[in-house]
Structure formats: structure tokens, C-alpha cells
Design a protein around this ligand. Structure first.
Ligand SMILES: NC(=O)c1ccc[n+]([C@@H]2O[C@H](COP(=O)([O-])OP(=O)(O)OC[C@H]3O[C@@H](n4cnc5c(N)ncnc54)[C@H](OP(=O)(O)O)[C@@H]3O)[C@@H](O)[C@H]2O)c1
Length: 334
């Protein structure tokens, strides 16, 4: 039986590179592309099949920032599959990023320069907005939509006799200081992206605690800084191109500059080959690239504690209850 791999955000960047690399590694997979834009998804499917005609590639349409869309996609997946062996929760947004030029310049002359450039800590703010479901968009996309997808797909992912892997694309930018359990959606702050990625890290730890016995193993990865639509939102591609010679030099000191989506997918591919039981729940697996362009994976113990992870999980469960009731009530009224 073919192993089934579901990838959200497979239409570009890291997700697309991941799909190509997965099929290069194992052409017996069934790859399911979970994308919001069907036109893009069809083009990716055609491209993947053109290079490897024997592989099986299907599409499920899902906008993870929209709960109705998540429920509809989950129903479709439950009809199509009995089991998901690997689930990559990779779709993510960083809307309207603003680069703090003053912080950038002062970091260049600080002792922290490598850390700041590798994590973008303190360099980026974003402008968030509220979705039709009344949620903060960054939280809804990067965390909550995926959480609901997980909850709906539990019967396909949790089998005690057969482990499955859930792999979240987090970030080195996940920062404890930007996260607050009392404002889990980060509606009051200016760094919703960092907050959402920290919430992802917490959630992954809590899922391991609650679901390992049921055969579900969750991990978080950081792809490093890779040039994708997401990073082109921070500075335009032309500026990135002009900066490339400096970045290549800097890469001899800072391995986080993976630069290409292919390199960025390294940790995601590495996890695909691991026995999930051997992975450490509190470790972040990070793609890294040497100055000479070789890829490897480094690990980092996450700056979090299990109690906060469980609290975060419980808050998400409460929010889930709330949104389900709201949706049921509005269904009754219409
Ligand atoms: N690039 C980096 O340097 C970097 C660093 C750290 C972490 N990351 C993380 O890596 C992941 C992939 O990002 P990327 O760099 O590859 O950026 P990207 O090229 O912009 O890809 C993002 C993907 O997510 C999809 N997506 C966004 N919102 C969605 C929604 N509401 N519903 C369904 N799909 C949605 C996009 O679909 P469309 O094609 O339809 O827009 C696209 O396929 C993200 O989680 C990001 O936070 C990236």
C-alpha cells in the first residue's frame, strides 16, 4: 500500500520544494497537495507528474484561514483516505511585514549580529487583520486552521499500531517574548508571526504528550531563510539579489541562510526518514547550509515548558468548542 503524505501550502516555496524532493526520494508515495488555489495546485500537479509519471498526486482544496473550508476539506480527505502516514503543516503567512531599519542597522554593529540575522528577532513587525470567522488572520492560518485540520483528521493520523508523523513548519523567529497565553491570537501586539510560530512549537509539544500513545508523533522544523514569496514580502526580490554576494559571505558564519526552497526543505526531508519514536518532542529541527552550499540539519532545544504547552493546547480546545458552536448556530439560523 502506498504511503500517503499530505502537504499544506504545496503550491510554492518550501512546500513545493518539499513535494519535489519527496517524490525524488520515494516514487511510490501518494502525495496529496492541500492548497487554497486550485489553478496553482493543478499546475504543480502537472509539473510533478511531468517529471515522474508513475507517482500518484492528488489535490484537496483548502484555505486554512477559513474554518468552513477546513471542515469541507477534512470531510473530503476522510472519504478518500483511511490513513495519513505523514502530514506536513507547512502553509503560512507573514502579511505586510515591516523591516525595522533602525534595529537592523544597530544589530550590524552588535555582538548579537549572527543571532539577530539568523532569527530576524526584533527586526520584523506585521499588520494583521481579522478573518470572516472573527479570528486574527496570522493565528488562523499558521496555527488554528491547522489545529482544526488535525482535530478533524485524528482518525486518519492516530493509529497505535502504525505511527504517523505530523511536521509543522515553524521558524527560528518563534520567540517566547512575543507570545502570551492571555492573547493567544496576538491581537494586541505587532509580531503575530513570531507569536504564531511559538504557539506552533508549544502545540507540537502538547500533541506529543497527548497523542504519542495513539501513534502520533509531532515535530517542528525551521527551513532557515529561504527566498520565497514570503521573504519577497519583506524586501523585493531585486534587493535580495543585490544582497546575495554579502549573504553568501555571511553564510560562512550563519548557517541559517539556506536561500533556496530546496535547501530550506532539508529538515523536512530529513524527518521523513526518521523513526518518529526516536525524535525528541522538545527539539526543533532546522535546515542549515554551509558557506560552500552543503545542506545539513541542526537541532535546538526549544525555549518552552510543558505546562505552558498544555495550557496552550487547552486554550485551543476551548476556542475550537466556541467556533463549532458558533458555526452550528449560524447553520441553524440559515
Ligand atoms: N521562507 C523562509 O525564509 C521561511 C523561514 C521560516 C519559516 N518559513 C515558513 O515556511 C512555510 C512556507 O513558507 P514559504 O517561505 O514557502 O512561503 P510561500 O512561498 O509564500 O508559501 C506559503 C504557502 O502557504 C500557502 N498558504 C498561505 N495561506 C494559506 C491559506 N490560508 N490556506 C492555504 N494555503 C495557504 C501559500 O499558498 P498560495 O500559493 O496560494 O499563496 C503557499 O503555498 C511557512 O509556514 C513559513 O512561515 C519560511
Amino acid at each position: 500500500m502506498r504511503k500517503v503524505v499530505l502537504v499544506t501550502g504545496a503550491s510554492s516555496g518550501i512546500g513545493l520544494a518539499l513535494c519535489k524532493r519527496l517524490l525524488e526520494e520515494d516514487d511510490e508515495l501518494h502525495l496529496c497537495l492541500a492548497c487554497r488555489n486550485m489553478g496553482k495546485a493543478e499546475a504543480v500537479r502537472a509539473d510533478l507528474l511531468a517529471s515522474q509519471p508513475t507517482v500518484e498526486v492528488s489535490i484537496v482544496q483548502v484555505d486554512v484561514s477559513n474554518l468552513q473550508s477546513v471542515f469541507r476539506a477534512s470531510r473530503e480527505l476522510k472519504q478518500r483516505f483511511q490513513r495519513l502516514d505523514y502530514v506536513y503543516f507547512n502553509a503560512g503567512i507573514m502579511p505586510n511585514p515591516q523591516l525595522n531599519i533602525r534595529a537592523l542597522l544597530s544589530s550590524i554593529f552588535s555582538r548579537n549580529v549572527i543571532h539577530v540575522f539568523s532569527t530576524a528577532e526584533g527586526l520584523l513587525t506585521q499588520q494583521d487583520k481579522v478573518t470572516a470567522d472573527g479570528l486574527q488572520e496570522v493565528f488562523a492560518t499558521n496555527v488554528f486552521g491547522h489545529f482544526i485540520l488535525f482535530r478533524e483528521l485524528e482518525p486518519l493520523i492516530c493509529h497505535s499500531d502504525h505511527p504517523s508523523q505530523l511536521i509543522w513548519t515553524s521558524s527560528r523567529n518563534a520567540n517566547r517574548s512575543n507570545f502570551n497565553l492571555e492573547d493567544i491570537q496576538h491581537s494586541k501586539g505587532q509580531e503575530p508571526y513570531s507569536s504564531s510560530k511559538y504557539a506552533t512549537d508549544l502545540l507540537s509539544v502538547a500533541l506529543n504528550k497527548n497523542f504519542n500513545r495513539q501513534g502520533l508523533y509531532s515535530s517542528v522544523v525551521c527551513p532557515g531563510t529561504a527566498l520565497t514569496n514570503l521573504t519577497y514580502g519583506i524586501v523585493p526580490s531585486l534587493i535580495w539579489t543585490l544582497m546575495l554576494p554579502f549573504i553568501w559571505l555571511f553564510r560562512f558564519f550563519a548557517n541559517a541562510f539556506t536561500l533556496t526552497p530546496y535547501n530550506g526543505a532539508e529538515a523536512l526531508i530529513w524527518l521523513f526518514h526518521q523513526k518518529p519514536e526516536s525524535l525528541s518532542p522538545r527539539t526543533k529541527y532546522m535546515s542549515a547550509t554551509t558557506g560552500f552550499g552543503s545542506n545539513y540539519v541542526i537541532t535546538q532545544k526549544m525555549d518552552l515548558d510543558e505546562e505552558t504547552a498544555e495550557q496552550c493546547y487547552q486554550i485551543l480546545l476551548e476556542l475550537e468548542k466556541h467556533v463549532r458552536t458558533t458555526i452550528q448556530n449560524s447553520d441553524h439560523q440559515s
